[in-house]
Design a protein around this ligand. Structure first.
Ligand SMILES: NC(=O)c1ccc[n+]([C@@H]2O[C@H](COP(=O)([O-])OP(=O)(O)OC[C@H]3O[C@@H](n4cnc5c(N)ncnc54)[C@H](O)[C@@H]3O)[C@@H](O)[C@H]2O)c1
Length: 333
């Protein structure tokens, strides 16, 4: 299946097909220098398969973890490209989850002011969400995604087969972003989550989530308005992420729970439980509040939050940050 992202001159195809990584060379132009960025937690066999299809490959396996989405790693990647003689006609390939995709995408946007970027996502989160839309970034200390660029990939290849090696907790965390998409835009997808999703449903869930994101990004690529709805659950979620050791998707799940109506919360709780996602976390609520304020979306004194009153329908709402203290208290105990 091919889903096309229509962004004028920056349009690209998202190819969703089992086994597509083994045939990547048929779809991508790998007949040049390729900077292959992966992380050490991604089974190396996947990178071996890509490397075998490249004319000239420089591989960098970053240590796993959000802390490596950093300037130090960005510099290391750019330095390797320089030392290997990469030119503007060469390319960067990300093979991993959202951490690798954001980091490698930003490197591609910077090197010689931009080289081709291909994203090959290997986690549920990156397959349902982060690999499309063109947001790339690194963190600065514990402030997430504060330095980055909108830089669209030239192509995205999604191979659901690679999810077989992904730990169950990571699968659940990734499904939180698909659940987010359903709550803001697609009641039928939310009802599917209520009925229960299994591994057999994964490709359908990925495709449905990507279509929601594609539709939003096509209308507002640079997040001037509508695209902010994709941040549902993220304002409080990023605060929780900075303070706890929970995964990004787990924090988004908690953030969503705090920002929906009582009626939606009543339906969301059993879905989160069935996916083994957290419904509360033990942490210092004041520290979460402070971390949330430090997040880039809090800059300027007022915050735009996303609220979901009924599944599939959401609204953007400017709020005073202090009003979120009681929302945080609903999930941080
Ligand atoms: N750019 C965007 O639009 C966007 C959207 C949402 C989230 N994000 C970012 O995405 C990141 C989170 O991404 P993530 O949840 O994919 O986490 P991740 O990239 O940190 O990967 C999670 C773990 O899974 C391992 N892994 C990856 N693929 C595997 C596989 N196939 N088999 C076994 N292990 C595998 C990795 O080694 C890592 O330890 C955060 O940095 C977040 O800010 C970006």
């Amino acid at each position: 299946m091919v889903i096309s992202m229509d962004l004028g001159p920056d349009s690209y195809d998202i190819v969703l097909e089992r086994g597509v990584l083994r045939r990547a060379g048929e779809t991508l132009d790998l007949n040049r220098k390729v900077m292959l960025v992966t992380d050490a937690g991604v089974p190396p066999a996947y990178a071996d398969a890509i490397e075998a299809q490249c004319a000239s490959c420089t591989r960098r396996a970053v240590a796993p973890g959000e802390a490596r989405k950093s300037f130090a790693e960005l510099e290391a990647i750019l330095t390797e490209m320089l030392q290997a003689g990469f030119t503007r006609g060469d390319c960067v390939v990300a093979l991993g989850g959202g951490m690798v995709g954001d980091l490698a995408g930003f490197a591609a946007s910077c090197y010689m002011r931009g080289v081709d970027f291909y994203n090959l996502p290997t986690t549920v989160l990156s397959q349902v969400d982060s690999s499309i839309g063109g947001k790339t970034a690194v963190n600065l200390g514990d402030i997430k995604n504060i330095a980055g660029a909108f830089y669209q990939p030239k192509k995205v290849l999604i191979d659901a087969d690679v999810l077989q090696t992904l730990p169950a907790r990571q699968v659940s965390a990734g499904l939180a972003e698909a659940l987010k998409s359903s709550l803001i835009r697609d009641a039928a997808l939310f009802e599917r989550f209520e009925r229960g999703v299994s591994a057999d449903d994964m490709e359908d869930v990925i495709a449905a989530s990507l279509r929601i994101k594609k539709d939003v990004v096509e209308q507002d690529e640079k997040e001037r308005g509508l695209r902010r709805i994709l941040n549902f659950g993220h304002t409080i979620g990023h605060g929780i992420e900075a303070v706890t050791g929970l995964y990004h998707g787990e924090c988004v799940a908690l953030g969503m729970l705090a920002m929906c109506s009582d009626a939606v919360r009543g339906r969301l709780l059993p879905v989160l439980e069935s996916l083994r996602l957290p419904t509360s976390v033990h942490a210092d609520a004041e520290r979460v509040y402070e971390a949330m304020l430090h997040d880039k979306k809090a800059v300027g004194g007022s915050l735009t939050v996303v609220r979901v009153e009924t599944p599939g329908d959401c609204a953007l709402e400017p709020v005073a940050p202090e009003s979120l203290r009681e929302k945080i208290a609903q999930v941080v105990k």
